[in-house]
Design a protein around this ligand. Structure first.
Ligand code: CA
Length: 542
């Protein structure tokens, strides 16, 4: 017994010697000695406090399986804090804060997606890897469904804005205390889809939360977006219904016709429609027998009508716009999503549990009256459709937004509509828009990522963060930092397409993404895969 005690004692002594000479160990001690709950004004619960050495693959056994995020690699030494933060007596959110040992003095908040309650660990890891004290929440409920909204408005409020705003308060308090500094540092946000909406919504409601916001493919005008998504099932019908258009037909017959009519508008036959706002499909050309064609690769009249409805703006009966038309060119993924003959479950859940409060509501019965009701009810003020962000702009805030031109879930034409809405408020003064709000269109990108375009530009996630330099030219996150802190304006963003969509495959090509109202324009000669063959050209009209 005595010998064992002595050897333990020696081991402790050696550990102390090592700790005095090893920064990692002292960071570990600092991490494990930190008392976050002493500094959080909400009555939070500490679920985890752990030192995470670089190279660790963290697993998340408590994460809902539907979130499909069982693990995440942490590429730098960091201190991980996981809390549960109550927001009312019947709501609260799970919260992750990753504090990297090498801190760049900034905080970064991350957003969510869909109607889900899933922490985007990949975005937190991206921020931490680049030196940000980075945090995210489950947005007030767990998993990818919306049943938690039912008869609990507090959960809807968390989802709409409160989880993010409260997480900023917590993160802004903890980071300086942890790093033992009085400096708050600059505050940033990154998110896409619902996360894009969260960024815009936060700028509207809490203009002092962030100095810089990256808001991708934003789900703004949220209620109308969810109504538009709800229309597809009644339009397509179920897979067994007469004149249902199969996934194969969308991917071949229709997609090929879309490219035949629109791919060359930009001067290059590459399968990418550079500017989807210029593409208006003449759906009659899909009709069997069109122009006396004997081809059987065609649609029935009833099917053409369905495609025509999908490719045109969604209007109220009085003719006013409800939501813009789908991006032509998005058929490859939309065929297995919104056009699949199944009700789109996030829309179903939003209507059942938040708008109608009718859990057995049948999505096949959706009509424009439901859309009107959603706008009128606007649960937890989720609409996110401001006509001005003057308060955010007035305190020096900057926003970078982007949208894939073949987004299959949120029409990129709605981001033009939103830009126009903000621009109208300043009499279309481009200088005033450029001062705080820059919208980059990403040709050939699907919803938030993937696609044939040059879609990697530092917008978050594991792959998006890898293989490109973290600088203002290649990363929207680095670009927003330079804009906020150095006044370096982001005129263009270089996107990268990797071979096999993997950095290990090497770069296939890079492309210059242009801010609205500039258009990516082919020089007319030169290799289309050469970045110098394209330039951003102002197309006027404003
Ligand atoms: Ca093209």
């Amino acid at each position: 017994m005595a010998r064992i005690a002595w050897s333990v004692c020696v081991a402790h002594f050696l550990a102390l010697v090592v700790s005095a000479n090893d920064n990692s160990t002292s960071f570990e001690s600092k991490c494990l000695g930190f008392k976050p709950l002493a500094h959080v004004k909400q009555s939070a619960v500490l679920n985890r406090l752990e030192y995470v050495p670089a190279g660790t693959t963290l697993t998340f056994p408590d994460s809902d399986a539907s979130c499909s995020r069982p693990s995440q690699l942490a590429s730098v030494d960091l201190c991980r804090i996981a809390l549960y933060v109550p927001t009312s007596n019947r709501s609260g959110f799970y919260y992750e804060l990753w504090l990297p040992e090498t801190w760049n003095g900034r905080t970064l908040a991350t957003g969510n997606g869909g109607i889900d309650g899933c922490i985007k660990y990949e975005d937190i890891a991206y921020g931490a890897a680049n030196g940000f004290s980075t945090f995210g929440t489950n947005n007030g409920h767990n998993g990818t469904g919306g049943t938690a909204f039912y008869q609990n408005e507090d959960v809807v409020i968390d989802y709409s804005w409160r989880a993010l705003h409260t997480s900023v308060e917590v993160g802004r308090e903890l980071a300086p205390l942890f790093y033992d500094t009085a400096e708050l540092g600059k505050s940033y946000y990154i998110g896409c889809s619902l996360g894009g909406r969260q960024g815009i919504g936060n700028a509207e409601k809490f203009p002092k939360d962030f100095d810089g916001i990256v808001a991708g493919s934003p789900a703004v005008d949220f209620n109308s977006l969810y109504s538009w998504r709800a229309t597809f099932f009644p339009i397509t019908g179920a897979t067994t219904s007469p004149d249902f258009i199969s996934s194969d037909t969308w991917k071949t017959t229709i997609h090929n016709e879309v490219l035949r009519q629109c791919d060359d508008i930009d001067g290059v036959s590459d399968g990418i429609i550079e500017d989807s706002s210029l593409c208006h499909i003449d759906t009659q050309q899909l009709l069997c027998g069109y122009n006396n064609s004997a081809s059987t690769d065609c649609l029935s009249a009833a099917q053409v009508l369905k495609v025509n409805t999908i490719f045109n703006d969604y209007l109220y009966p009085n003719g006013t716009l409800l939501y813009p038309r789908m991006n032509p060119g998005s058929e490859l993924l939309a065929s297995d999503g919104l056009y699949s003959g199944k009700a789109y479950s996030p829309s179903v859940d939003w209507f059942r549990y938040a708008v109608l409060e009718h859990p057995s509501w049948d999505p096949a019965t959706y009509t424009v009256d439901d859309a009107s009701l959603a706008v009128q009810k606007n649960p937890a003020d989720i609409a996110t459709w401001p006509s001005s962000l003057a308060a955010f702009q007035g305190q020096g805030g900057k926003i970078i937004t982007y949208h894939g031109q073949q987004d299959q879930q949120i029409s990129s034409l709605n981001s033009i509509r939103f830009w126009e809405r903000l621009a109208a408020e300043v009499d279309y003064d481009l200088g005033k828009m450029d001062e705080y709000y820059r919208f980059f269109r990403i040709p050939g990108m699907n919803h938030c990522n993937s696609g044939p375009g040059a879609w990697v530009f530092g917008q978050g996630g594991s792959l998006q963060a890898a293989g490109i330099p973290f600088d203002k030219d290649h990363s929207v996150l680095a670009a927003i930092v330079d804009w906020v802190e150095k006044g370096v304006v982001p005129d263009e963003i270089v996107g990268t397409k990797f071979v096999g969509d993997s950095p290990t495959g090497g770069i296939m090509y890079q492309h210059r993404h242009c801010r609205y109202p500039y258009r990516s324009t082919y020089s007319g000669d030169g290799d289309p895969l050469d970045i110098e063959s394209w330039h951003c050209v102002y197309f006027g009209g404003y």
